[in-house]
Design a protein around this ligand. Structure first.
Ligand SMILES: Cc1cc2nc3c(=O)[nH]c(=O)nc-3n(C[C@H](O)[C@H](O)[C@H](O)COP(=O)(O)OP(=O)(O)OC[C@H]3O[C@@H](n4cnc5c(N)ncnc54)[C@H](O)[C@@H]3O)c2cc1C
Length: 294
C-alpha cells in the first residue's frame, strides 16, 4: 500500500529543514506549486511529505538589507515584478520573472521554485546568475550561502543536500552605471519555455567603457551556464559592434545544446549568440540611462 501523503505548514525555516530531513529524500517543498503539482499529477514524482513554506515570513518577504535586496525564495514573481524599487535595481531579474508562464502562473510561481526545479530553461536563473545573486540555504545543521550559479547541476538536480531548502536570495547592489537584462527566444510570446535565453549584467565607467560584465545562458546546456569569454569581449570596450560580435561568437561557442522539438542544436547554437547580443544591447541602454539604483 502506498504511504499516506503528509502535509506540513511550518512557521520557521529550521522547522522546515528538520521535517524535510525526516522524510529521507521523499519530502518536497511547496512554494507556488506550478512545477510541483504538475509533476505530482503526472506521476513523475510521488513524495510522502509536502512542506508548504508560505507561512515562513522570511520566505515570503522582500526587504532592503545592508548592501542589497533580500527576496524570500517563495515570493511570487508577480509580487517581485510589481516591487518598484526592486524592479529598478534588478531589471534583468524582473525580465526573467516576467517570462514565466502567464499572469495566473506568475501570481503563484516563485523565483526560488524556478531555481530549485532546476530546469535548464528556467527563465529567472541566468538573470539571477548575471547579477551575482546568492542563495541562503537552511539545513538541519544550520544555514549556508551558495552562489545561485552553483545551485543547478543537471536537469531537475540542484546542489542542495537532503533536508536543505532555499530560504531567500540576496541580490547585491550593483555599482553606479550598471544594469542587467534577460532576453529569451521562444516561438510563442507566452506560455512556452525558452528555446534559448541570455542574462547579461554590465558596468560602465564615466566614459562609457565597460569595466565589468557577466553573461549567462539558459537552455543551451544541462544547466544555466556562465560564459566568461563573452564577458571578456565586453570589458575594456565601449560595447560597440566589434565587441557585440565577439560576445555573440563566444556565446555560440560555449553552447552545448540538445536537439528537441523546440529547436535543433545548430539552431540553438546560432540563435543564442543573437539573443546574448540583444540582452547586452538592452542592458547597455539601461546602464546609460541609469542614474541611481536606490
Ligand atoms: C503553464 C505553465 C507555464 C510555465 N512557463 C514557464 C516559463 O515560461 N519559464 C519558466 O522558467 N518556467 C515556467 N513554468 C514553470 C514554473 O512556473 C516555474 O519554474 C516556477 O518559477 C516554479 O515556482 P513555484 O513557486 O511554483 O515552485 P514549486 O512548483 O512550488 O516548486 C518547484 C520545485 O522546487 C522545489 N522548491 C520550491 N521552493 C523551494 C525552496 N525554497 N527550497 C528548496 N526547494 C524548493 C519544489 O519542491 C519543487 O521540486 C511554467 C509552468 C506552468 C504550469
Amino acid at each position: 500500500m502506498a504511504a499516506q501523503l503528509r502535509f506540513e505548514t511550518p512557521s520557521s525555516a529550521q522547522e522546515a529543514a528538520v521535517l524535510l530531513a525526516s522524510a529521507h529524500g521523499r519530502g518536497k517543498v511547496l512554494a507556488g506549486g506550478t512545477d510541483l503539482l504538475v509533476q505530482m499529477r503526472s506521476g513523475r514524482i510521488t513524495p510522502e511529505l509536502i512542506v508548504d513554506v508560505k507561512n515562513i515570513t522570511e520566505m515570503v518577504s522582500v526587504a532592503r538589507e545592508s548592501g542589497g535586496w533580500r527576496v524570500g525564495a517563495s515570493v511570487p514573481c508577480m509580487q517581485l515584478a510589481r516591487h518598484p524599487a526592486f524592479a529598478q535595481a534588478m531589471p534583468g531579474v524582473v525580465d526573467g520573472a516576467n517570462w514565466i508562464g502567464s499572469i495566473q502562473v506568475r501570481s503563484r510561481a516563485s523565483v526560488g521554485g524556478n531555481l530549485c526545479n532546476a530546469s535548464p530553461a528556467a527563465d529567472s536563473v541566468p538573470a539571477m546568475m548575471a547579477v551575482k545573486a546568492v542563495a541562503s540555504v537552511e539545513g538541519p545543521n544550520g544555514r549556508r550561502e551558495v552562489a545561485v550559479q552553483d545551485m543547478p547541476v543537471a536537469p531537475g538536480k540542484t546542489s542542495l543536500e537532503p533536508g536543505e531548502l532555499v530560504v531567500s536570495i540576496f541580490f547585491p547592489d550593483q555599482p553606479a552605471r550598471s544594469a542587467s537584462a534577460y532576453v529569451r527566444f521562444t516561438p510563442r510570446t507566452e506560455m512556452d519555455i525558452a528555446v534559448v535565453g541570455a542574462g547579461v549584467a554590465l558596468t560602465l565607467d564615466e566614459k562609457g567603457v565597460c569595466t565589468d560584465a557577466k553573461v549567462c545562458l539558459g537552455a543551451v546546456a544541462e544547466r544555466a551556464i556562465v560564459v566568461p569569454e563573452a564577458a571578456k569581449a565586453l570589458i575594456g570596450t565601449t560595447v560597440g559592434d566589434d565587441a557585440l560580435s565577439a560576445l555573440a561568437a563566444a556565446a555560440s561557442a560555449a553552447a552545448r545544446p540538445i536537439d528537441d522539438k523546440r529547436g535543433t542544436k545548430a539552431f540553438r547554437t546560432r540563435v543564442v549568440g543573437v539573443i546574448a547580443k540583444r540582452a547586452c544591447i538592452k542592458a547597455l541602454a539601461r546602464a546609460k540611462g541609469a542614474q541611481s539604483h536606490e
